[in-house]
Design a protein around this ligand. Structure first.
Ligand code: PMV
Length: 361
């Protein structure tokens, strides 16, 4: 079993590279079995599984330049070509947390420049794609310093570092479907990084996801606060047991191509996530009236047409509509004519399953 020390480079020499530039893009992901509740050091309370998106992504460039001293890292952050001071505390926490695993960073100044392909006021969390893209850049630089690192180590370390920035970010690295958290059904699975699941039936390998932008404002309750409210939550233990079982079942459905089983389980997971929020103390609701209106219209549409389309939710009011590629025209017409009216400024984003991060240039 790999532990944290596996990710500490076993050399202390920093090769004499003065300047270096990297650029990577990484996508967002949407969980099917949800991670909600965590232990110290970003260890999940239960294993989760997500599929990787393709179009919603962050593109990040990092320019590394060697400093006079090597006491502590330093950095600047630019978002869409402008300095963004408000993001710096989060990045500072992240870099501090990963420093023991990336001691070479102490000798460099990092100029980090990022942009998202989705509108930043869309309510889509950019922390998963953002942390994943940054982690790719850092491990890519590590590979320049220490070329002997293997491809397997590279991807595991990217996922490991991304997790320390934002838990779900560790599922945005490699592969269409990714499990994070130790689980008996996935032999290589780990609490420390995400692993790709490759036994996926063709009906799911081209899955479509239209993200309906219901509420574009800042969330009233952050996911950090929400995770913490699972400590002392009256239903937490039962929920963690249920998530473990749901993961086993969902992996079977993904392998067999059982779309009706998939719909039932994925929708139940979404509503269970929000039930946990409503039964926390203090309790809170992130769904909006339009979230519920969309769900009800979707259920009517499914009953009438028998098209296998379903929804999932993340920790917010937006709705992800999931459907097979061969139903794309009908479902997208339904979204345009019936559901867009419930979205902020009629906004939605058509996305689909993707493969993870990639180097640019
Ligand atoms: O990665 P975080 O801490 O933002 O938590 C994500 C939590 C959910 O999106 C609600 C579920 C998940 O598994 O992604």
């Amino acid at each position: 079993m790999k532990n944290e020390s596996y990710f500490i480079p076993n050399t202390t020499t920093t090769p004499d590279i003065q300047t270096y530039k990297t650029q990577w893009e990484a996508p967002s992901n949407i969980a099917l079995v949800k991670y909600w509740g965590k232990k110290d050091n970003q260890i999940p309370a239960n294993a989760s599984v997500s599929f990787t998106l393709k179009n919603c992504k962050t593109i990040t460039e990092v320019a590394f330049s060697k400093k006079e001293n090597n006491l502590h890292f330093s950095f600047d952050f630019y978002f869409e070509n402008h300095p963004k001071e408000s993001f710096k505390p989060k990045l500072n926490d992240f870099l501090t947390r990963i420093e023991p695993y990336c001691p070479y960073l102490k000798a460099y100044h990092l100029k980090i420049s990022s942009e998202n392909t989705f509108p930043h006021s869309s309510g889509i969390a950019s922390s998963a794609s953002g942390m994943a893209a940054l982690a790719f850049n850092i491990v890519s630089f590590e590979k320049v310093l220490y070329p002997e690192i293997t491809e397997e180590y590279f991807y595991e370390k990217v996922s490991f570092l991304a997790r320390l920035g934002s838990g779900s970010a560790c599922r945005s690295i490699k592969g269409k479907v990714v499990v994070w958290g130790e689980h008996k059904s996935v032999p290589q699975s780990s609490h420390l990084f995400g692993v790709e699941v490759s036994e996926i039936h063709p009906v799911f390998t081209t899955l479509q996801d239209t993200i309906l932008l219901v509420d574009v404002g800042e969330k009233q309750v952050s996911s950090t606060v929400g995770h913490n409210l699972m400590n002392n939550h009256p239903f937490a233990n039962q929920r963690f047991i249920q998530a473990e079982e749901n993961l086993t079942t969902l992996l079977e459905y993904l392998k067999e191509g059982n779309i009706n089983g998939f719909i039932n389980l994925v929708e139940s997971e979404a509503l269970t996530l929000h039930s946990m929020m409503m039964t926390s103390n203090p309790y809170f609701i992130l769904m909006k009236p339009n979230t519920v209106a969309i769900i009800q219209k979707l259920w009517n549409f499914r009953t009438q047409t028998q098209i296998p389309v379903c929804f999932t939710l993340d920790a917010g009011a937006n709705v992800h509509i999931l459907y097979p590629e061969n139903e794309k025209d009908t479902v997208q017409h339904f979204i345009q004519t019936e559901l867009a009216t419930h979205c902020h400024n009629h906004q939605f984003i058509n996305d689909c399953i993707g493969n993870g991060g990639a180097e640019i240039g």
